[in-house]
Design a protein around this ligand. Structure first.
Ligand code: MD3
Ligand code: FE
Length: 221
């Protein structure tokens, strides 16, 4: 047999050709949408993390989250013993969160537009870092001032199994695999659905190593 000219499966992780999948009435997975942006995205991420490094936060119930967090933009999501909230300052430094890099804003707006949300202006980008074993239990995102704006989430690095539920914690969930470069946009009637992430499996990603990084863009204020 002749060897193929191009080995389409040379990457250790499955990589997707761009295509859109509808997972809810107003929710879309944009497969591979972030891939062409990576060379601009990763240096900007490193600049943000130099000023606001990943840290594990404590929930109001006293549990340390397995996911480590950072933020950029005018508001960052935080949690401690006194509650969940958005704050203009990084509690670790007392300084304002780093500005949202222009390339982050452009990518979030391009993805929102692709999913049918024209005028998305994010003021917050939560950056979640999952190492193998880290997970996010089923929850709703309810700390934002308005639920009119969509949420845009960018998955990088190790794959994750995302759980997309209903409006009650006990509602049945659908499992959506999220791979490096995938973007999900949630809005409208799907905005208050329960969601979570199953424990990340061991693995090595050629670009990101032993981790999954997720950006969640929101209009929070
Ligand atoms: C679905 N993060 O930070 S993507 C979170 O992959 C969070 O790190 C997950 O859930 C992650 O709050 C999931 C973001 C996401 C955000 C809001 C949603 C998914 C959503 C609201 C409704 C439905
Ligand atoms: Fe969430």
């Amino acid at each position: 047999m002749k060897p193929p000219l191009l080995d389409l499966f040379a990457d250790a992780q499955p990589q997707q050709a761009p295509r859109n999948e509808q997972i809810g009435e107003q929710s879309w997975v944009l497969r591979g949408f972030a891939l062409p942006w990576l060379d601009r995205l990763l240096p900007a991420l490193n600049t943000v993390l130099a000023a606001a490094p990943f840290r594990q936060m404590v929930t109001p119930g006293g549990f340390t989250m397995s996911v480590a967090l950072s933020s950029c933009g005018t508001l960052g999501w935080t949690t401690d013993r006194s509650g969940y909230r958005y704050s203009g300052n990084d509690p670790q430094t007392g300084q304002p969160w780093p500005a949202m890099p222009e390339v982050f804003v452009q990518l979030a707006q391009a993805a929102a537009r692709e999913a049918g949300f024209a005028e998305f202006v994010p003021d917050s980008c939560l950056i979640n870092r999952y190492v193998p074993g880290a997970k996010m239990s089923l929850h709703q995102d309810k700390n934002e001032t308005s639920y009119a704006a969509p949420i845009v989430s960018v998955s990088l690095g190790l794959p994750a199994m995302f759980l997309f539920g209903g409006f009650e914690r006990s509602d049945k969930t659908q499992k959506v695999p999220l791979l490096h470069g995938d973007i999900v946009v949630w809005g409208g009637v799907d905005r208050l659905r329960y969601h979570g992430v199953l424990p990340i499996k061991d693995g090595h990603h050629p670009r990101l190593g032993e981790q999954r990084i997720n950006f969640t863009f929101r209009t929070a204020g």
